[in-house]
Design a protein around this ligand. Structure first.
Ligand code: MN
Length: 488
């Protein structure tokens, strides 16, 4: 197991270590809800996707959605976790206006998925392990809307009863960067598996972050839980603020109260929401309307056999098959669509060169315009075409950047652009010889300088490039210059 790396906070009394564990709620990709046939979808009118079960009408009975169970099993297998063949649903009792049942159906003592682990990459390419404690299935609540009417709160039950996977990690992360990297990797795995779309803006993937601080080597400190943080940036900001808040309290002689807090993105602060409840406050008990969930081991095996190639395996394959660096491969595999794009473009081409163009130029341009790779105005065939022109020496890498800009603007294939704009590299040695001969004749001082100090040849190379608009083949230019000036 690869270790986490602490990023210590320097306080008045010395260094402090941040300890982080996450509970991620991931909405199960499914057409209908966990215990009813009502549709799951974003953008429907208020209360249009609510069955009698979701509205908790008296006498209505929940019926488990087989597809949601399958999605949980797929996810558990993708997290290299133990699948529990026997699990059970419990009622977690609490009152809230958008929870008409008065309880949430969740899994308490016997979740469907047990311990697992995932490998997480940091930005510098190094890897650490986060252990998964469990994954359980549960219902989401509805939504209370406080800003539609000055005198009333509106309730929309469309989300009520939607299936969630709550994925609980051990407190294995030691910096805000590691926590964000963990969520990023988890999201990537869920999207590969097709079990959650990972849309954080819509709240389909959100994290509760448990934060505590301690002096290195001390036992775990008291933690505070920051609820429902739904972007990598907010996760990092919330942790940085919260850890410093706790250090300040302890160094001031105070103690941390275990509580649930909210992150305010506007202020970049966390604030108290409620004092932390314990499990016994919820009076969990097995839901008498649902039988225990018993899975057939043969069915689990069948699901396992159908799992797709996951990011870690794909990264290892891209490194082995195409000779990519682990870092480049990691950037490509974080999204399946990226890796697919790369593999289409790399077929029959210099794969490292293709990887450079995809990870540097293309991804940077896409990020600038806030586009996903499947929305790229440049198809994978054209990246392959551009690399072919480079391989064949038709254009220089400097000109390739220019061609790329025209490709982005939709001016055609790289070959068409090079033809139409006359960007072909000048490898015609006759023309270059004449040009270089003239330059040397016109600049005898510079020529002498090169004979005395061969590195000064760069001045002539620059002049040739200027004269040819950057289209001269650098290899030919150097060879001719060296021959004419008699330097090595
Ligand atoms: Mn939960």
């Amino acid at each position: 197991m690869s270790e986490s790396k602490s990023k210590l906070i320097e306080g008045a009394t010395g260094s402090w270590e941040i300890v982080l564990g996450l509970e991620v709620h991931a909405q199960v990709a499914s057409k209908s809800k966990l215990f009813s046939g009502a549709a799951v979808g974003f953008g429907a009118g208020p209360n249009e996707q609510v069955s009698f079960v979701d509205a908790a009408m008296p006498g209505m009975l929940p019926v488990i959605n087989r597809r949601c169970v399958e999605q949980a099993v797929i996810t558990g297998l993708g997290l290299k976790a133990k699948i529990n063949e026997w699990s059970r649903f419990d009622r977690k009792n609490y009152f809230y206006p958008d929870l008409p049942q008065g309880y949430q159906i969740s899994q308490f003592k016997d979740p469907i998925v047990g311990e697992g682990e995932i490998e997480v990459e940091r930005d510098d390419g190094s890897v650490f392990t986060v252990r998964i404690e469990r994954l359980h299935l549960e219902q989401d609540a509805g939504k209370s809307i406080h800003d539609l009417d000055p005198n009333a709160t509106m309730v929309d039950l469309n989300r009520a009863g939607t299936a969630l996977m709550e994925i609980v990690s051990y407190p294995d992360m030691r910096s805000s960067e590691e926590a964000a990297a963990y969520v990023k990797k988890l999201r990537s795995i869920l999207r590969y598996l097709g079990t959650c779309d990972g849309d954080m803006e819509k709240g389909n993937l959100r994290a509760d972050v448990n934060v505590s601080v301690r002096k290195p080597g001390d036992p775990l400190g008291t933690r505070c839980e920051i609820k429902n943080v739904n972007s990598y940036r907010y996760i990092q900001q919330a942790i940085e603020y919260e850890a410093r808040r706790q250090v300040a309290i302890i160094e001031d002689g105070g103690t941390i109260r275990q509580e649930t807090r909210l992150f305010d993105p506007g202020k970049g602060e966390t604030r108290s929401m409620r004092s932390k409840e314990e499990a016994h406050d919820y009076r969990y008990f097995p839901d008498p309307d649902l039988l225990p969930l018993v899975l057939d081991p043969a069915w689990i095996k069948q699901i396992e056999a159908g799992l797709p190639e996951l990011p870690d395996a794909k990264r290892a394959r891209l490194v082995a098959q195409y000779g990519l660096s682990t870092y480049d491969a990691g950037v490509l595999v974080i999204e399946q669509a990226r890796a697919d794009y790369f593999e289409r473009a790399a077929a029959g081409r210099d794969a490292k060169l293709v990887a450079n163009w995809v990870t540097n130029e293309l991804l940077a341009r896409l990020a600038k315009d806030n586009l996903d790779i499947d929305e790229s105005p440049i198809p994978s065939d054209d990246v392959a075409g551009l690399v072919k022109l480079l391989e064949d020496g038709v254009i220089s890498s400097k000109i390739a950047k220019e061609v790329f800009e025209h490709m982005w603007a939709g001016e055609g294939t790289p070959a068409q652009i090079v033809e139409a704009r006359g960007l072909k590299q000048v490898s015609d040695t006759g023309a270059l010889e004449t040009l270089i001969g003239d330059l040397i004749a016109a600049n005898p001082g510079q020529a002498e300088a090169v004979k005395a100090k061969p590195q000064a040849v760069g001045w002539f190379v620059g002049q040739v490039m200027k004269a040819t608009g950057g289209k001269a083949n650098p290899g030919s230019v150097n060879a001719i210059l060296k021959a004419k000036l008699g330097v090595e």
